[in-house]
Ligand binder design. Structure first.
Ligand SMILES: NC(=O)c1ccc[n+]([C@@H]2O[C@H](COP(=O)([O-])OP(=O)(O)OC[C@H]3O[C@@H](n4cnc5c(N)ncnc54)[C@H](O)[C@@H]3O)[C@@H](O)[C@H]2O)c1
Length: 307
């Protein structure tokens, strides 16, 4: 297929590009590099440095079969400080993209959503029919609004829409600035031998999904027609403190813990049911947390400038 990836110079987009190319798809990526890194875009990708809102997108989109939409601002804390920018970039950007896709005759969309849409889940594991929850920050609200606009384009204009609700992605190539995600911060402080920042004494439970497994879900979703919503997680809840201990074991030493106390808005536990995506797309996570952490540690070791 001919696939256009938005946010293709970002952490997840750069991995999805590679998997698509390796499976014989042709890949166009767009990214305005507001947060992304051109050097992680595979050279086989047809790359355009433009925004979702750019008028050139309509011409670029001609002849494509599908869009995988990952371009978004993602940093939760920043979204509290910049709600207007987040609404503009994420929500308005998505609406403009959908409209441009319609004009260009491209009617298949795979959308990057997040488990955050469930808010504080009433029960675990979380299934896709759990209700959407109260949001504690603008980022979560933008994800819900973006989902709703994608669904609207399915309802009004027969778009094929697959919404992928990621749990906690991690892996090589995560170069966010600032980095607010747990695993890259833990690995970087351990390798730098500085203190490791830890909220809630690491008692939260998360479902950490390795980037290669996550990327596969997007490629499988290309074959779906109609409207689908899937959780993408391992179905295994890991206590954050146990992730820290695993990292210490892999590197063979420990660093001091910087107890950051509690953080408003964090839910205690998020674990996916991935039964639906397994049944309908044949997807399941294959990479263990141990193996994924080893590969992630190797990445940061090989790139001391990112530590
Ligand atoms: N990383 C996670 O933990 C996580 C979890 C759940 C969902 N997601 C979603 O996955 C997607 C990708 O996340 P990521 O971790 O790769 O983030 P990222 O910041 O690494 O990548 C996003 C990319 O989008 C680009 N971008 C932002 N706004 C743009 C615009 N208007 N036009 C063009 N490009 C734009 C940025 O430059 C960046 O390269 C996002 O939609 C995010 O909300 C991520």
């Amino acid at each position: 297929m001919k696939v256009l990836v938005t946010g293709g110079a970002g952490f997840i987009g750069s991995h999805v590009n590679i998997l698509l190319l390796n499976q014989g798809h042709s890949v166009t990526a767009i990214d305005n590099l507001s947060k992304g890194h051109k050097e992680i875009v595979d050279p086989r990708v047809n790359f355009h440095q433009i925004s979702l809102e750019d008028q050139k997108l309509e011409d670029i989109l001609q002849g494509h079969d599908a869009v995988i939409h990952m371009a978004s601002f993602i940093e939760v804390g920043e979204s509290v400080k910049k709600p207007v920018e987040f609404a503009q970039n994420n929500i308005v950007g998505t609406v403009k993209l959908l409209k441009t896709m319609k004009n260009a005759g491209v009617k298949k969309m795979i959308f990057s959503s997040s488990a955050c849409v469930y808010g504080k889940p009433a029960s675990l594991p979380i299934t896709e029919d759990c209700p959407l929850g109260e949001q504690e920050n603008p980022y979560g609200i933008t994800k819900i609004a973006m989902e709703q606009f994608c669904k609207l384009y399915h309802n009004l204009f027969d778009f094929d829409v697959t919404i992928l609700r990621y749990f906690n992605p991690y892996g090589p190539g995560e170069l966010h600035e600032p980095e607010t995600h747990a695993i890259p911060n833990f690995v970087k402080s351990t390798l730098a031998k500085t203190s490791l920042p830890l909220f809630w004494k690491g008692e939260q439970v998360r479902d950490f999904i390795y980037i290669d497994d996550l990327a596969k879900a997007h490629v499988l979703a290309l074959n779906s027609a109609g409207l689908h919503i899937y959780n993408v997680g391992t179905e295994i809840g890991a206590k954050v403190i146990d992730v820290v201990k695993k990292i210490f074991r892999i590197v063979g030493y420990e660093v001091p813990i910087d107890d950051k106390g509690e953080r408003k808005g964090d839910v205690p536990s998020l674990v996916a049911s991935a039964a639906k995506i397994k049944k309908e797309l044949g997807w399941s996570a294959k990479v263990s947390l141990e193996e994924g952490l080893r590969k992630t540690i190797d990445f940061y070791r090989s790139r001391p400038s990112s530590i």
